[in-house]
Design a protein around this ligand. Structure first.
Ligand SMILES: NC(=O)c1ccc[n+]([C@@H]2O[C@H](COP(=O)([O-])OP(=O)(O)OC[C@H]3O[C@@H](n4cnc5c(N)ncnc54)[C@H](O)[C@@H]3O)[C@@H](O)[C@H]2O)c1
Length: 259
């Protein structure tokens, strides 16, 4: 096992990519702190992990709420002593043309996707430094952190922010031997994707099936990504096999970004 006895805190662990990251890291031996704005969903993930025989806890945590992050950190320290790996996965999206985009939509995407990563890195990163470093931070960005995406300009802006922040923090945290990297997934089959397929179909006057086919046609490997594909890259970035990697934003896109 690659992550035996490592304590991992995951944000947005109640659904989609976050839940599968929790499951796959637990199979590699990690203990899991499953956090989500939706406590019931995080509890469900905790139950799945406990069945694998690993230790798991679940906490309500909104990544935009500094006080709540601090409280969860204190509870995690009491239960696990130290957080070895932080996976900043929580995120949202909405779709709109820029000319129709509301300020609320812009702010919500920037707050949860970008500021949330900053706050968690600030608070849990400080804890990692206080505990002597030698830890890992993995931020789930997006293919939209590497290119422009019509109807998702605000989302892309928030994910480019995550990428810039990841690279900068990697330099600040390097002296503590804390690796900071990002994963950039492509078209991943989750609830977020289901919502986006409907929005995009409505905005373009097409069917959901047509939009889904566009996603597949944009993917050289010829299939939609599944959360397990993203989790495999996270395992690598969490493991000793990436000890000399920092400040990277690794594509997990089936080749899409080179189209
Ligand atoms: N699905 C894709 O195609 C895709 C592609 C690239 C990147 N991503 C990124 O992957 C991450 C996970 O996405 P997903 O597809 O699994 O989405 P999802 O909607 O299935 O899950 C997101 C989870 O985040 C939680 N969440 C939302 N707001 C939160 C907040 N303020 N604080 C804490 N938790 C919050 C939700 O409750 C949910 O459990 C996101 O950062 C997303 O931007 C997704």
């Amino acid at each position: 096992m690659l992550l035996e006895n490592k304590n991992v805190l995951i944000t947005g662990a109640g659904s989609g990519i976050g839940r599968i990251i929790a499951k796959k890291l637990a199979i590699e031996g990690a203990n899991i702190i499953a956090t989500d704005i939706d406590l019931e969903a995080a509890e469900e993930t905790q139950k799945m992990i406990t069945k694998t025989g690993r230790k798991a806890k679940s906490y309500e945590m909104n990544v935009t709420d500094e006080e709540q992050i601090k409280e969860v950190l204190q509870k995690s320290i009491r239960e696990f002593n130290k957080i070895d790996i932080l996976v900043n996965n929580a995120g949202i999206s909405s779709m709109n043309k820029v000319v129709d985009l509301t300020e609320e939509e812009w702010d919500q995407n920037m707050d949860i996707n970008a500021k949330g990563v900053f706050l968690c890195c600030k608070i849990i990163g400080k804890h990692m430094i206080d505990k002597g470093g030698n830890t890992k931070i993995i931020n789930i960005a997006s293919m939209a952190a590497k290119r422009g995406v019509p109807l998702l300009a605000h989302y892309a802006a928030s994910k480019w922010a995550v990428r810039g922040f990841t690279h900068s923090l990697a330099l600040e945290f390097a002296p503590y031997n804390i690796n900071v990297n990002a994963v950039c997934p492509g078209y991943v089959k989750t609830k977020m994707q289901e919502r986006e397929l409907k929005w995009e179909a409505d905005l373009k006057g097409k069917t959901v099936e047509e939009i889904k086919q566009n996603y597949i046609d944009d993917t050289p490997l010829g299939r939609l990504e599944v959360p397990e594909d993203v989790a495999d890259v996270v395992i690598f970035l969490a493991s000793k096999y990436s000890d000399y990697l920092t400040g990277q934003a690794i594509n997990s896109t089936g080749g899409s970004e080179i189209h």
